[in-house]
Each structure stands twice: as C-alpha cells, then as structure tokens.
Design a protein around this ligand. Sequence first.
Ligand code: NAI
Ligand code: MG
Length: 345
Amino acid sequence: MESTPRHKIPATLIPGDGIGPEVVAATVQVLDALGSPFIWDVQHAGIAGVTHCGDPLPDVTLESVRKNKLALKGPLTTPIGDGFRSSNVRLREEFQLFGNVRPVHTIIPGRYDKIDLVLVRENLGGFYVAHEYYIPVGDDPKAVAVATGVNTRDACARIARFAFEYALKHGRKKITVVHKANILKVLTGLFLDAARDVARDYEGRVEMNDIIVDACAMQLVLNPWQFDMLVCTNLFGDILSDQLAGLVGGLGMAPGANYGTDTAIFEAVHGSAPDIAGKDVANPISLLLASGLMLEHVGKGDLAQRLRTAITQTLNTDHICTRDLKGTASTREFAAAVVRRIEST
Ligand code: NAI
Ligand code: MG
C-alpha cells in the first residue's frame, strides 16, 4: 500500500556544501522511487547555513533536528585553521551523537574483494573537544601549540557497550579495539581499559582483541579480512574510516550513521569535495547507502535491501558508475540508472 503523507516520517534534510546538494538530490530521487517513507524538512548548515541564515549552524536547523530526531545530511565545509568551528562536530555534540557507525563492504571488487567491516568511532571526545591554544613566546604569538584530549571512563564504556550490542544485533563475532596506549597511555589507555571491562559481559558471545593504531593501519592494507569490527577513539576513527573507504573503492562508497540516545543523523564519510563540486561527477553511493542505514533505523529494512540491490545491479550488471570508479556516468545519470533498476523490480 502506498503510504500517505500522514503516515510519513518527518526528517530533517541538510543539503550541505560542495557536492552535498548534488548527492542529496540524487539520494532523494532514488528514495522517492522506492516510495520514500520520509517527509523532508530542508534546512541549512555549514557554508550554506552562513549564506542562507548568516550562521554555520542556524537555530532553525537545530530546532528541526530536535523536533524530528532524524536527519539526512550532506557534507559541511569547515574552514582549515582559523574560522568557525566544525558544524559537524557541533551537531554531534548538540544531540550527543556518541556512536558513529561506518560500515564498508565490497560492491565492485577492486584491489580488495569480499571486504565486510564495520568501524565504530567514539564521536564526542578525544582530541575533538577543541581544548586547544597557542602559547606566545617573544614576538611570536603562535610559538607553541597545545591540544588536550578528553576521554571519560563513562564515555569509553558507553561506546564499547554500543559496539558490543551492535555486534550482537548484526551477527558480528569480533571487536578489535584500536588505541595508542603505549604512548597516549592515559587518554587511550582508559579507552582500552573500559573496553576490556565491558567485554567481560559479552564473553562467549563476542570476542575482543586490541591493536595499536599504527599496526592497525598496516594490517588493514596487508590483511583487512582478519578484522570484523573496529572500535576507535574519535581521531583514530576519523582517519581509519577513510582508509576503510579506500578498501572498497574510495570515499564515494562509505556511509556513516551518528547515533545518540534519541536522535540519529545519517551522512557520507566523505566531505564536501570542493575539487569536484558543481560538476555533476560526484559518486552519490555513500549518501545512498547512508540513506539505507536510515531506512533500517526506522524499521524499513526491506526498502534498504531493495536500495542496495539496485545499486549493486547498476554497478555490476549495467556497468554504470561514476568516474571515481573508472566509469563515465554523471551523478544524475547514475541516480537515474538506480531509479530504473528500482522501477524494474
Ligand atoms: P573530501 O572527503 O571532501 O574529499 C577528499 C577527496 O575525495 C577529494 O579528492 C574528493 O574529490 C574525493 N571525493 C570525496 N567524496 C567523493 C564522492 N562522493 N565522489 C567522488 N569523489 C569524492 O575531503 P577534504 O577535501 O579533505 O574536505 C573537504 C571539506 O569537507 C573540508 O571543509 C572538510 O572539513 C569537510 N568534511 C566534512 C565532512 C562531513 O560533513 N561529515 C567529513 C569530512 C570532511
Ligand atoms: Mg573524516
């Protein structure tokens, strides 16, 4: 039965910056073809927030997410060095989206085949708390730079428990805790300690081991199949999730979900890609897959499955893909091809 607007689920849609509006438009088009359960409230953030509302994180956007507790978000540009603080980080803080889940799996076999990994990133603490300052020396106001990372035992235990519960729910067998407890003995040692404590509650159900982040980076290149789930502090999770994307074809293939206790924001792992913005060449698959995670979140796993099947058929049967995957399709052409697949099944 067609759902009527009355039965639709209100969700905030943030087109974002750079390639954001292009991949968001492609995603909305594909969701519409699936019979989207969502009714969108379009709001702005990032540079688009400044352009539309004079603020990189306008109050109306925050109010919309607060009301809907659900959002699909394009990437937001953050100025490097000076300038406003990341609207992504602020959104995660505002809604206490502590759990960032970034699954990757091979759709087009490339350098690696049969990759099926989930990275869980602690999303609020570590070095992202922005406790940073300069110490002036002589006439150099920026002679010394200092950053403080903050991890609490509660937050570490919370992300570990979240990861173990995710493993149980999704049939995952092993969690590898990524740290640098040999050097950052306190900041990441606490993360490891807390994870080990939590792991005891899951003994016999989910296995846990740990690895130092640099060794993990190398092992992910040599033998990624040894891993099942990775649980990381904020900064290591950020870095390794781009590396995971590289195992399955690049940043165009990597979705992400930010979960709090009552709010969830779905996005791609990639950023606003200013180098290709406005050219209709961006790969929309990351955001499409993120919308699949959003469909699962609202109990529409059947639609998510149809979406993933249509993407797989478009890539592997129709051989249509964007240029980052060595194809020639534009963003719009790729979206249209996925829509054709959905409409023919
Ligand atoms: P990026 O992820 O935007 O781009 C890195 C490289 O990957 C570029 O060469 C880009 O063209 C390519 N790429 C990314 N997504 C692609 C796609 N869908 N299809 C094809 N190619 C794609 O990272 P970059 O350049 O470091 O950051 C640009 C801006 O994005 C910065 O302001 C950064 O702060 C922001 N950013 C925002 C994120 C978010 O909103 N969650 C996440 C990461 C970065
Ligand atoms: Mg990143």
